[in-house]
Design a protein around this ligand. Sequence first.
Ligand SMILES: [Zn+2]
Length: 303
Amino acid sequence: MRPGFPVARDSKDYFAGGQRIGLGEIPGREEVRTMSTNSLWPTHEKSEEQHRREICTAGKWMYDRGFIVACEGNISVRLDENRVLTTPTCMNKGMLEPQDLVITNLEGRQLAGERKFSSEIAMHLLFYRMRPDVNAICHAHPPTATGFAAAGRSLNQALLPEVIIGLGQIPLVRYATPGTPELSDAIEPFVPHYDALLLANHGAVTCGPDLLTAFFRMETIEHFAKIVLSAELAGGPVLLSSREVAKLMAARARYFVTPPPGGGAELPETKDTGESSGAHVSLTRNELDALIDEAVRKDRARR
Ligand SMILES: [Zn+2]
């Protein structure tokens, strides 16, 4: 028999931090299913050895899906109050062995491991210091989402119910050199309020109560970016209304989604916010000239 972890039979166990991982109706199934060692287990309660294996698996998933190439990206999990297990620098994250990983404290001092951790760990440590609810971070450069980030665009439109329920929106953090304190400064205001961020001209970072959730959020960002792009090519996205967004936000509890503790996240841009802010006004050249003429006439009349 292959080594595996027993999977409980309660349907709630098939949700990881608000993300459903099972398909179909699980309750009622009598057999205890097993999850192989090259999967991620939807909880954070694991031995260090399991965390090491899971980071290697998540790295392979990110590499296989094209979210990273060469030596890009990094992954970490919180081991306890002061120790973080993370991927080493200058290695392909799809080809890691458990012993390649490095342990650091929350201040970024290396505690164990032969290799060196990435300078991008500072971004991870910022999340762990500010968010006690966060136990795992994924950082990658998924090409479509990174394309939006490189075009200076956030993924903030109210388009898909699952993205709105799970993440609200994905804001864009201003550019700063990777691995420097400037990048941490740029990210900091967003950390309490969002679980997924786009980093301008760089990539994306996601967090979660466990590694599976953080990975799913990275997958969601890229999937959403592809759909937004397709909608633009297909004639332009049709945004949901604020009323529809409010209904989805109210449904979060039903889907076991716990929003970030900071609250105050901006809601996605809706059909009506676009209209009320006058963001999309179209005029012909003649209409624009007439408006300008009228404004000039009024201004002269007042003098
Ligand atoms: Zn990066």
